[in-house]
Design a protein around this ligand. Structure first.
Ligand code: RFL
Ligand code: PHB
Length: 382
């Protein structure tokens, strides 16, 4: 078969790109190595920037989002037993939306009419440097195309297919992970709480008024089965400020997983007729809630550039990598900074802890510092 743009990966980046291109009359096919059910079952992001919401609106997939998402005008930072509210709306005039990545993915899958090949085996990308690219999978399936969009996440095949001398990788790993649980219990607070505690970081998030998502910083050496629900709830309660701990409603977990934290950027994001977007090109630690939102901004730049190309203007496609990376690096900085500010780093000693607390106190007392935090959290302009 032949399409204009072959998309590898059916996560939010691949599906949103497919939707925006199809709307513009550009034919696409998506090739995904997992099943639809597996992709829909992955519990990941929960916080959408207003720019991401606007892009989903433009893609025509925001009806349910508008009905079901929760608009959050602020969040709390908790440390030393206190809670400081960061008033996003007052500081930036913008808010964020709480709506699960699972729901975004479902809305995009429901809207898609163009071809999607799921459970594809041995996906490979070819000849993207020569001008006649194609994608192969299963025993004998082949998709000829003008361009390949590598939206296949951190472990995908697209970035790995680029010759090593053509790509530079920048990476930082952190010596801990996030243990996350989902439970059908009412959230402990109306807004999110990011907790910096001597025992480690904790985050109180949510998916709806009846479904909570909580995270605990934990050593990378630990396994999920070492964390029965009772141990999770007890540890969370110890890290929360007293008023929140009192309000915590516990219940059985419906999902539990440990995710490592990583900062990672590949440069460039364009290799001839192959373009990387989303986690395929960069990873941020989840502390700033930026991963899915960065995938959306990449897709915005790439879709605009491809649409311009088919109207006869090639210059935007040439500029894609530099334009996307400029925004990516700023989000990398913010995610790294928030991770350093809020997590336990025992190797930094008590001096390191004092630096964190001094910075948190400074943020609590400075509108300028709160504004810098808030404008990054709601999302920098595209
Ligand atoms: P995805 O979602 O990983 O999708 C890539 C898709 O490609 C498929 N694939 C292949 N397909 C074909 N051939 C191959 N060889 C393939 N290899 C892989 C995969 O099966 C998959 O379906 O990448 P995408 O689309 O770039 O989206 C990125 C986001 O998923 C990610 O950045 C966010 O989930 C990160 N993230 C968060 N982002 C936010 O903006 N806000 C948050 O609140 C937030 N919280 C989180 C997060 C990520 C987390 N984890 C588990 C990493 C919380 C957590 C715990
Ligand atoms: C989530 O709800 O999964 C979530 C929220 C905020 C973050 C990270 C994850 O910073």
């Amino acid at each position: 078969m032949r399409v204009q743009v072959a998309i590898v990966g059916s996560g939010p980046a691949g599906l949103l790109l497919g939707q925006l291109l199809e709307q513009a009359g550009i034919r696409t096919a998506i090739v995904e190595s997992r099943s639809r059910e597996y992709v829909l079952g992955r519990i990941r992001a929960g916080v959408l920037e207003s720019g991401t919401v606007a892009l989903l609106e433009r893609a025509g997939v925001a009806d349910r989002l508008h009905e079901e998402s929760l608009v959050h005008e602020g969040f709390d930072l908790a440390f030393s037993g206190r809670r400081v509210r960061i008033d996003l709306q007052a500081l930036t005039g913008r808010s964020v939306s709480v709506y699960g990545q699972t729901e975004v993915t479902k809305d995009l899958m429901d809207a898609r009419k163009a071809p999607g090949f799921y459970e594809a085996r041995d996906v490979a990308v070819h000849s993207f440097e020569s001008g006649t690219p194609y994608v192969t999978f299963n025993e004998n399936q082949k998709i000829d195309c003008d361009f390949i969009a590598g939206c296949d996440g951190f472990h995908g095949v697209c970035r790995a297919s680029v010759p090593a001398e053509k790509i530079t990788l920048f990476e930082k790993t952190y010596p801990f992970g996030w243990l996350g649980i989902l439970s059908d219990t009412p959230p402990v607070s109306e807004e999110l709480i990011y907790v910096s505690h001597e025992r480690g970081f904790a985050l109180c998030s949510q998916r709806s008024r009846t479904r909570s998502r909580y995270y605990l910083q934990c050593p990378l050496s630990e396994q999920v089965d070492e964390w029965p629900d009772e141990r999770f709830w007890a540890e969370l309660r110890r890290r929360l400020p007293a008023d929140a701990a009192q309000n915590l409603v516990t219940g059985p977990s419906i999902e539990k997983s440990i995710a490592p934290l990583r900062s990672f950027v590949a440069e460039p994001l364009a290799f001839g007729r192959l373009f990387l977007a989303g986690d395929a090109g960069h990873i941020v630690p989840p502390t700033g809630a930026k991963g899915l939102n960065l995938a959306a901004s990449d897709v915005y730049y790439l879709s605009e550039a491809l649409i311009a190309f088919y109207k006869g203007n090639e210059s935007q496609l040439k500029a894609y990598s530099a334009k996307a990376l400029a925004r990516v690096w700023k989000a990398e900085r913010f995610s790294w900074w928030m991770t350093k500010l809020l997590h336990g780093f025992p190797e930094e000693g008590s001096f390191g802890r004092h630096m964190q607390l001094a910075e948190l106190e400074y943020i609590a007392g400075s509108r300028a510092a709160q504004t810098a935090l808030a404008e990054n959290y709601v999302g920098l302009p595209y």
